[in-house]
Design a protein around this ligand. Sequence first.
Ligand SMILES: Cc1cc2nc3c(=O)[nH]c(=O)nc-3n(C[C@H](O)[C@H](O)[C@H](O)COP(=O)(O)OP(=O)(O)OC[C@H]3O[C@@H](n4cnc5c(N)ncnc54)[C@H](O)[C@@H]3O)c2cc1C
Length: 407
Amino acid sequence: MTTPGFASTPSKSAYDVVIVGAGIMGCSTAWFLTDTPDFNGSVLVLERDPTYEFASTSHTNSCIRQQFSTELNVRISQFTADFLKNVRERMGGDTRVPELSIQNFGYLYLADTERFADVLRDNQKVQVAAGAATELLTADEIAARYPFYSVDDIVLGSINTVDEGYFDGATLFDWWRRQSRERGVEYVAAEVVAMARNAAGNRIESVTLASGEVISCGQVVNASGPRAVETARMAGVDIPVEPRKRYTWIFKAEKPLDVDLPLTIDPSGVHMRENGGGTYMAGGHSDIDPAAAYDDFAMDHALWENHIWPAIANRVPQFEAIKVQQEWTGHYAYNVFDHNAVLGPHPEIANFVFQNGFSGHGLQQSAAMGRATSEWLTYGDYRTLDLRLFHYDRIVSDTPIVERAII
Ligand SMILES: Cc1cc2nc3c(=O)[nH]c(=O)nc-3n(C[C@H](O)[C@H](O)[C@H](O)COP(=O)(O)OP(=O)(O)OC[C@H]3O[C@@H](n4cnc5c(N)ncnc54)[C@H](O)[C@@H]3O)c2cc1C
């Protein structure tokens, strides 16, 4: 059986670029390649599960923020925000592409210690210097603006309501896939199970599919989401990325709030946000947070009862009376080294390119990451944002980029 839009076998035996994984990263990279005038090569995107049942992209909360502690992460989100707000124009003026916007309810980080308040103060300086509109609010200012919060224990908050909130990532994903296909990218439903290196060991020569078919490749992109480590191992390399379970609940409040609920990052580690129509979304994870099995998507009901609900009702007393409507578990591709993206070529296998480890912020980074990876594949260099800071090399040299604003 074939899945619409996915062929069951590649039409050729060799491609200039083979992308392993057709989640949002693989599709973004494929689309940006088709949008790079200097790239004239062939592109094959391979997807082991075209239903996307277990992909991170299917389980996302689809939010974007400017509040990072690393300047480059702020710049990356700025590009995505600009791409989203001009999506039709960016996609060649195609009138079928819907106009998109950001629902700017903002992220509200809450600090209940002076120590974390200092982190928010430091982060705000980085963000404002990069052009973000982050404001610091005292507990009284938070209560004046959002009277529904209980703020007795709060020392400081930081919020930004410009280009920060929900966006329709699913539509972006669909259109990148659809338009790149129309421009000649081949999408094939097939699992990559092995790779072969050349005699010198410094290039990937081919990928092998589960069917046994061998496809030669000029360059290979690892866009395998939480399975990044498996794909890297096929190339004989290691990457500090593992699947970690992240839970989401949609709930209806008996008495809805009268203004949009910012994406609130509570000191308890729980987060919640506006979801429209008197419903809200909450998310979190267990304190014990091991690598998950690839097929483990079981819900943790005790987590909701014992941790998530008490935390949200404590912060917003109106949420004492709520009813869960929907819930799911997804996997982060969790970068255990420094939570940041792992990009660029392997230092010894130059045609094996990483696009991994996005942890909880890959959806909002997908435009900048696709553009950057397409530049690297075309020029062996970056032409817009220089993302070398995120190259795999830093893992080898043990120089983490510590991102302090992690959800
Ligand atoms: C609960 C949750 C909430 C999130 N919320 C946000 C948010 O609010 N904002 C944000 O920016 N990010 C968020 N994220 C993160 C974001 O969704 C991910 O970073 C992003 O979707 C990653 O996309 P991807 O293409 O790298 O991975 P995926 O979507 O997982 O795609 C990888 C694909 O590779 C395929 N694949 C793997 N191995 C092979 C193989 N050997 N052969 C062929 N195909 C293969 C898989 O089947 C999969 O479809 C969230 C994630 C989760 C789980």
